[in-house]
Ligand binder design. Structure first.
Ligand SMILES: NC(=O)c1ccc[n+]([C@@H]2O[C@H](COP(=O)([O-])OP(=O)(O)OC[C@H]3O[C@@H](n4cnc5c(N)ncnc54)[C@H](OP(=O)(O)O)[C@@H]3O)[C@@H](O)[C@H]2O)c1
Length: 346
C-alpha cells in the first residue's frame, strides 16, 4: 500500500489524498454507527460513538481476515458539525487506538440526519488485502500493521568531473576523501539504492545504511543488502520497513534508522549510481546533490549536467581538498512544474 502525495502538495495531516494498493481481495464495509453488537447505543456523544463505529468496522474486517492496515478508504457521515468540531481533539487518540498511524483516503461529509437514532456519526470503509499477503500466496513480503509510508523522495548523489565523467573501469577516477566523508554524512541512516556495477565497485554493504541493489542477479550475490529487479521495485521495497537485521545494524551504529520508525511517513531515498541507474532515476528525483569536481578526467561513465530549465540551485558550497583539488557541493532541487506546484484541496 502506498500513500499518494503529488509533488508540491501540502502534506495531508490525518488522512491521505490517495492510496495505491495491489489487486487483492476487496472488502466493503457498510456504514457503521456507534451501536454495539446488539445494536444498542450507549452514548449520544460523538467520541464514544466514533470509538464504537471504528470498532465495528474492524470487527467486520476481522471476519474477512483483514485488519486496519488494509483499509484504503473511509467516508464519515456526521449530522452534527458543531459537536464534531468541538470534539475533534478527543477523536485523534481514539483513531490512533484503533488505527495507529495508518491514514487512508478519507472524506468527511455533514448530513442533515442519520437513519439510526441517536446516531451522530457513521463510518463506511473499503479495504484491500493484497494478494501477496494471502496465506499460501508464496510471497514472503510481510504485512506491517499500522505502517503506511509515503512514496520515498528520491535524491541523486553524484560526483562529477567538469567534463561529465563519473567513472572509469568501474572505479571513481579520482581520490577525494573529503567527498567520501560528505557522502557518508549525507546518506548515513538512510536507504541507498545502487546499480549492480556500483555495488561491485564498492564491494560491500556500507555500514549504517540500508542498501538496495538493483539487479536481475541472485540476491545472494549482495550480502548485507537487499536486491530488487527494477528501480520501481527498489522504491517499493524502500517504502517497506527494513528487514529486522538491517534495522538493528543501523540502530547498532548509533543512528536513527530511516527504516525503523513507524512514525516516519515519508523518507528520503538516496540513489547513488552508477550511470545506468542515474538515467532511470533522474525523472523521479526531486533533489540531486552533486559534487562538481573542477577538473576533467578520462573515463567511460558519464552523468550529464542537470538541465537548468528543470533544476535550480538550492545551496552551493565551494571547497579545496587537502590535495589541492577544487570542488563544489551543489544541492539542486527540481523546479516544480505548473501541474505539480498547485496546492492541495482545501
Ligand atoms: N561518481 C559517482 O558519483 C559515481 C557513483 C556511482 C558509480 N559510479 C561509477 O559508475 C560506474 C558504474 O555505473 P554503470 O552505469 O556502469 O553501472 P550501474 O548503474 O552501477 O549498474 C548497472 C547494473 O545495475 C542494474 N541496473 C541499473 N539500473 C537499472 C535499471 N534501471 N533497471 C534494471 N536494472 C538496472 C543492472 O544489473 P544486472 O545487469 O545485474 O541486472 C545493470 O547492469 C562505475 O565506474 C562507478 O565507479 C560513479
Amino acid at each position: 500500500m502506498r500513500v499518494l502525495l503529488p509533488e508540491g502538495w501540502a502534506p495531508a495531516i490525518g488522512y491521505a489524498n490517495g492510496i495505491e494498493v495491489e489487486a487483492g481481495r476487496i472488502i466493503f464495509v457498510a456504514g457503521q454507527v456507534g451501536w454495539d453488537a446488539q445494536q444498542k447505543f450507549h452514548s449520544e456523544e460523538i467520541p464514544p460513538q466514533f470509538d464504537q463505529a471504528l470498532s465495528n468496522i474492524l470487527a467486520v474486517l476481522a471476519e474477512a481476515g483483514a485488519g486496519p492496515e488494509h483499509i484504503c478508504r473511509i467516508t464519515a457521515f456526521c449530522c452534527d458539525k458543531p459537536a464534531y468540531m468541538a470534539s475533534r481533539r478527543e477523536l485523534g487518540p481514539i483513531w490512533r487506538k484503533h488505527m495507529g498511524t495508518h491514514y487512508p483516503a478519507m472524506s468527511m461529509i455533514f448530513v442533515s440526519d442519520l437513519l439510526d437514532n441517536p446516531g451522530k456519526i457513521e463510518l463506511e470503509a473499503t479495504a484491500v488485502v493484497p494478494r501477496r499477503s494471502l496465506p499460501g500466496s508464496g510471497n514472503s513480503l510481510p504485512t506491517h500493521p499500522f505502517i503506511v509510508r509515503a512514496a520515498p523522495r528520491v535524491t541523486l548523489v553524484v560526483a562529477r568531473a567538469r567534463n561529465g565523467v563519473i567513472g572509469a573501469d568501474n572505479r571513481l577516477p579520482w581520490h577525494l576523501p573529503e567527498d567520501l566523508r560528505h557522502f557518508r554524512d549525507l546518506t548515513m541512516g538512510h536507504t541507498i539504492v545502487m546499480g549492480r556495477r556500483t555495488w561491485e565497485s564498492i564491494g560491500r554493504a556500507l555500514p549504517g545504511r540500508r542498501s538496495i541493489v538493483i539487479s536481475q542477479a541472485d540476491a545472494q550475490r549482495f550480502p548485507g543488502a537487499e536486491c530488487a529487479p527494477s528501480l520501481e521495485d527498489a522504491l517499493a521495497l524502500a517504502a517497506q520497513p527494513a528487514p529486522v537485521a538491517v534495522a538493528r545494524a543501523i540502530e547498532g551504529a548509533g543512528i536513527a534508522a530511516a527504516a525503523g520508525s513507524p512514525a516516519e511517513e515519508s523518507s528520503e531515498v538516496f540513489v547513488i549510481g552508477g550511470a545506468q541507474l542515474f538515467q532511470a532515476a533522474l525523472p523521479l528525483a526531486g533533489r540531486a546533490v552533486v559534487t562538481e569536481i573542477d577538473r576533467d578526467y578520462e573515463g567511460d561513465t558519464r552523468f550529464d549536467a542537470l538541465d537548468p530549465c528543470e533544476w535550480s540551485i538550492f545551496a552551493r558550497t565551494e571547497h579545496l581538498a587537502a590535495s589541492g583539488m577544487p570542488y563544489s557541493i551543489v544541492d539542486y532541487r527540481r523546479i516544480p512544474t505548473v501541474a505539480s506546484a498547485r496546492s492541495g484541496p482545501a
